[in-house]
Design a protein around this ligand. Structure first.
Ligand code: DGL
Length: 267
């Protein structure tokens, strides 16, 4: 166990790093423990009952082993499925979640046409449908599920560029024209996607606002922690644990760029 209680950031791969970079700006002295369940990647393809079970079991172990002061579920696919069950199972632990930014999109859209780009799992969730029913009934919300984009983001970030055609094929369905109006907001409802946002901007048939919730998640972590903050830096590096035990040079380099050192597999 580490000397200081870390903030745990969880995702299925590198997507949670989009949240980590915002968190560091607001909380530079916190110790970060990054956990990626890459053995289960892509979580977006899982059936709901086994995925929920997997996440509950994983967190049972993580909270005992690392005793984080809070956990950020930096994964829409995981949180929209298991957020409530995790909170019920660990009532004394602070979880900060990630959900599709449908409410802010509905508040901001001028055209009333909003698209939500997400994994197939997030698109199927009752949680996502409830967000639309609660906050966006006045809008036309198109849900666009992508089987491939999270993997494309993993690839791109490890230095293997993905072609324009491959990316365009995944985002095209987000762009809708109806009665002289056009989609003006695309919600990035998978934490992997903001890494591809500059590519999306170039490939989009017209400019839209690509909504990335990372800043809002980081601000929520600050609110949840209140005064429970560290005010001095430590010299111990922040660590990343990948459940598959992979330890390629490209992954180590990538993590180092985010201030993380890859921990050796448990056994
Ligand atoms: N980064 C995850 C999310 O926000 C999904 C990637 C996956 O399918 O594993 O939904």
């Amino acid at each position: 166990m580490q000397d200081r209680q870390p903030i745990l950031i969880f995702d299925s791969g590198i997507g949670g790093l989009t949240v980590l970079r915002e968190l560091r700006l607001l909380l530079p002295y916190e110790t970060i423990l990054y956990v990626a369940d890459d053995a289960g990647f892509p979580l977006g393809d899982w059936e709901e009952p086994p995925l929920k079970e997997r996440l509950l079991q994983l967190f049972d172990g993580l909270l005992v082993r690392f005793q984080p002061k809070a956990s950020v579920i930096a994964c829409n696919t995981a949180f929209t499925l298991a957020g409530e069950a995790l909170r019920a199972a660990q009532p004394d632990h602070a979880f900060v979640g990630t959900v599709p930014a449908i409410k802010p999109a509905a508040e901001r859209t001028a055209s009333g046409l909003v698209s939500v780009l997400a994994t197939p799992g997030t698109v199927r969730r009752a949680y996502t449908k409830n967000l639309i029913d609660s906050f966006a009934t006045q809008c036309h919300v198109r849900l666009v599920g992508s089987d491939a984009l999270a993997a494309h983001a993993e690839q791109e970030l490890r230095g293997e560029p993905v072609s324009d055609e491959a990316l365009k094929a995944e985002i095209d369905a987000c762009f809708l024209e109806k009665d002289g109006r056009r989609t003006d907001i695309v919600v990035l409802a998978c934490t992997h996607y903001p890494f591809l946002a500059n590519r999306f901007r170039k490939l989009a048939p017209w400019p839209v606002d690509w909504l990335d919730p990372a800043g809002a998640i980081a601000r929520q972590v600050v609110r949840v922690l209140g005064d429970d903050l560290y005010l001095e830096p430590v010299s111990v590096p922040d660590t990343a644990h990948f459940t598959s035990g992979q330890s390629t040079a490209s992954l180590k380099r990538l993590l180092a760029g985010f201030g993380l050192s890859l921990a050796a597999p448990k056994n």
